[in-house]
Design a protein around this ligand. Structure first.
Ligand code: NAD
Length: 254
């Protein structure tokens, strides 16, 4: 089964997506990374070898994303797994020193995190519907990335939390719809993981979040996210679910 694993990972140039790419390549699968960051994307793909390709793309572009999913499935074979990791998280308060939250920033975060994720889901479903089903009738698996901020977002996370709870909210209805096509859809809601995204967070905020993590008392490692993606791919009973991966971290208001 692993040798047939052919994945597209959006946001796979860095962090959780790059670690997932490594997990899949190491066990004999193939990966195409879609990411807006050309330098990191090429670097990650080169490091992982000839079974990993990189395509520069903005996941919010409707036609281009659809075309790339079709092109990749023609060139590399049926896409059995689509992992959606691309995301941004600029914090901003509703009321701040500039007056109030910029609507342009709010829209941008929703556009990348929520609409971009949906754009990749529909492109993946479009190509997966034509795959040969396995013995369970499964043609493909889609894994999205929300955040525990979907449930306990902090001050400054209005847009980010809204975008991530949108991903949680659409997981079940999309899984219900795509069940007839043999496509499973699940979402991972990570707690605090050691990736470049986190580098933007002040040390004080990071320490406070780590101290709220029950056990283990540390940041999550990207390879732990990757191994959950792997489990979701392999466990046929997982469908329509959002799984928190957070060491039982419940974020405080700030
Ligand atoms: N690291 C954490 O603690 C954490 C916690 C909860 C949720 N998440 C979520 O996990 C996902 C991965 O985060 P990460 O920590 O690996 O961050 P990261 O910054 O290392 O990776 C995110 C990737 O998304 C790409 N990207 C951003 N906008 C894009 C666009 N428009 N089109 C294509 N690619 C785009 C970036 O270039 C980057 O390579 C994100 O959705 C993030 O919100 C991360």
């Amino acid at each position: 089964m692993n040798n047939n694993l052919n994945a597209i990972i959006s946001g796979g140039a860095s962090g959780l997506g790059a670690s997932t790419a490594e997990n899949i390549i190491t066990s004999g699968g193939k990966v195409t990374i879609l990411d807006i960051q050309e330098e990191f994307g090429k670097e990650t793909a080169n490091k992982l070898g000839e079974k990993c390709n990189f395509i520069k793309v903005d996941i919010t572009e409707e036609t281009i994303v659809q075309e790339y999913f079709i092109k990749v499935s023609k060139e590399t074979g049926p896409i059995s797994l689509s992992v959606n990791c691309a995301g941004i998280g600029t914090p901003a308060k509703v009321l701040n020193k500039d007056g109030s939250h910029s609507l342009a920033l709010y829209t941008k975060i929703i556009n990348v995190n929520l609409i971009g994720t949906f754009n990749c889901i529909k492109a993946a479903a479009y190509v997966m519907q034509n795959n040969q089903p396995n013995s369970e009738g499964t043609r493909g698996v889609i894994v999205n990335t929300a955040s525990i901020a979907a449930f306990d977002g902090q001050v400054g996370q209005a847009a980010y939390s809204a975008s991530k709870s949108g991903i949680v909210g659409m997981t079940l209805p999309i899984a219900r719809e795509l069940a007839r096509n043999g496509i499973r859809v699940n979402t991972i809601a990570p707690g605090l993981f050691d990736t470049p995204l986190l580098a933007g967070l002040p040390d004080e905020a990071k320490e406070s979040l780590i101290s709220s993590t029950l056990h283990p008392h540390r940041l999550g490692q990207p390879k732990e996210y990757a191994s959950l993606v792997r489990h979701i791919y392999e466990n046929e009973m997982l469908n329509g679910e959002t799984i928190r991966l957070d060491g039982s971290l419940r974020m405080a208001p700030r």
